[in-house]
Design a protein around this ligand. Structure first.
Ligand code: ARG
Length: 457
């Protein structure tokens, strides 16, 4: 393709490499072709170009698409980006008639429609991966039903909860992530094609028609906004950042829980790596990298927000920076969501270790205070008395269950020994029967509701 006559001198070689996006926007090619096919079809319908031109261009575009698919098409840096590469190659195949394709269009509305189409496809794939993750959490909740762990606040053992309840908390986050992405799809399902460079076009085009040919449900209502808008990408990155924060919190717990100190779970060999020096090591790499990649995704969001914040309307070349940010996040999310369900499915829960552990803490303290309240004490008074008892028990290395009745009578005469015997983790959990509580009945309902959700999605 000839360089614009406005630019007498050839582009500096380094400048050409610096400005080109073809090395990273290549993945947009099938979407670019779909956009061009819809555009030329509409132009012919509106009698802006001839039937003959349309036929030749459609056939030529199809050939370019096939060459891309077969890997025989090579990106040419002198053609700068994927759009010019398609047009350049089309020119080689069908000759000068290819020149009518760009009538009533600019790369500004073209790249925007490519990104909408690509991202809507990406969202479908990420939703199916999230679905598998939600299913893995639900399967875990079913499989580990009955296991009681100490729930934590401030990373200190707080109150006993069902391990299933803990898994299902991550399920709730993941369902929100899934639904957020679905809502994002609805907002992103619109076409900027027809905005031209920024002002619309003087040709009698039909943007609603190109939109419908592309399967998009509406068109932007303002041409300047249509080519300036990257909200859909920022919103996607924000979605990804939030989703990664959730996955990272789970990953952190798996790292912690698989340590020798906790020993609650064993991550399968298939998801662990060894050390090059320490023969005993089984490192939770998959979990660690999931946690690590959250930082990268959050950084990409920061990066694009910063790129966009000072840009005057309408299109600016700075916006080409959206691609590497978004593509990197798409690939990262894809990678993480592909491995995490398998790691969960193959996780081994060490029931004995957890059962031994739950007896050795004072996570029943709130419930003991509640019993004192039922027997006429104010909650503050009960809180004080139980705190004092825990301090005394701790001095002797004892749990609530080990307190000798005579000793208890001297230390805390208002506390009946049989009350302490009622404080089993099973009983404490079973009492949390109110909505959203950790009682087995409520947790079973959550599992059933999630199974229904899975059947409907
Ligand atoms: N490669 C460009 C991008 O990714 C396409 C749009 C270029 N438009 C322009 N007027 N230079 O943003």
């Amino acid at each position: 393709m000839a360089r614009s006559p406005r630019l007498a001198q050839g582009l500096d070689r380094n400048a050409a490499h610096f400005t080109a996006s073809v090395f990273f926007d290549w993945r947009l090619l099938p979407y670019d072709i779909a956009g061009s096919m819809a555009h030329i079809t509409m132009l012919a319908e509106q009698n802006i170009v001839t039937q003959e031109a349309k036929e030749q261009i459609l056939a030529g575009l199809e050939q370019v698409r096939q060459e891309w698919e077969q890997g025989t098409l090579t990106p040419r840096v002198e053609w700068e980006d994927v759009h010019m590469n398609v047009e350049g190659r089309l020119g080689e195949i069908i000759g000068p008639i290819s020149g009518v394709l760009h009538t009533a269009r600019s790369r500004n509305d073209q790249v925007a429609v490519d990104m909408h189409l690509y991202m809507l496809d990406v969202a479908e794939r990420l939703k199916s991966l999230l679905y598998a993750y939600i299913k893995a959490l639900t399967d875990r909740a079913e499989q580990d039903f009955g296991v009681i762990i100490p729930g934590y606040t401030h990373m200190q053992a707080a109150q006993p909860i069902l391990l299933s309840h803990h898994w299902l908390a991550y399920k709730s986050m993941a369902i929100r992530d899934f639904e957020r992405l679905q809502q994002w799809q609805q907002r992103t399902n619109l076409s900027p094609l027809g905005a031209g460079a920024l002002s619309g076009t003087p040709y009698p085009t039909d943007p609603a028609r190109t939109a419908s040919l592309l399967g998009l449900s509406s068109v932007y209502d303002n041409s300047v906004d249509a080519v300036s808008d990257r909200d859909f990408l920022l919103e996607f990155l924000a979605w990804a950042a939030i989703t990664m924060v959730h996955l990272s919190r789970l990953a952190e717990e798996l790292v912690l829980w698989s340590s020798v100190e906790f020993g609650y779970v064993r991550i399968s060999d298939a998801y662990s790596t060894g050390s090059s020096i320490m023969p005993q090591k089984r490192n939770p790499d998959v979990a660690e990298l999931t946690r690590g990649k959250a930082g990268r995704v959050i950084g990409r969001l920061q990066g694009l927000l910063t790129t966009m914040k000072g840009l005057p309307l309408a299109y600016d070349s700075d916006m080409q920076e959206d691609k590497e940010a978004v593509f990197d996040v798409v690939d990262t999310m894809d990678g993480v969501l592909t491995v995490v369900p398998g790691m969960l499915n193959t996780l081994e829960v060490n029931r004995e270790r957890i059962a031994r552990r739950i007896g050795q803490d004072y996570t029943a303290a709130t419930d003991l205070a509640d019993i004192l309240v039922q027997n006429g004490m104010t909650f503050r008074e009960a809180h004080h008395l139980v705190g004092m008892l825990v301090t005394e028990l701790e001095k002797h290395g004892k749990g609530f269950g080990d307190a000798d009745p005579d000793w208890l009578h001297t230390v805390a005469p208002k506390i009946q020994p049989e009350w302490l015997r009622m404080l089993t983790p099973e009983r404490l959990v079973a009492k949390r029967l109110q909505p959203m509580g950790t009682a087995p009945e409520r947790v079973t309902e959550q599992i059933q509701a999630t199974r229904r959700w899975l059947a409907e999605h």
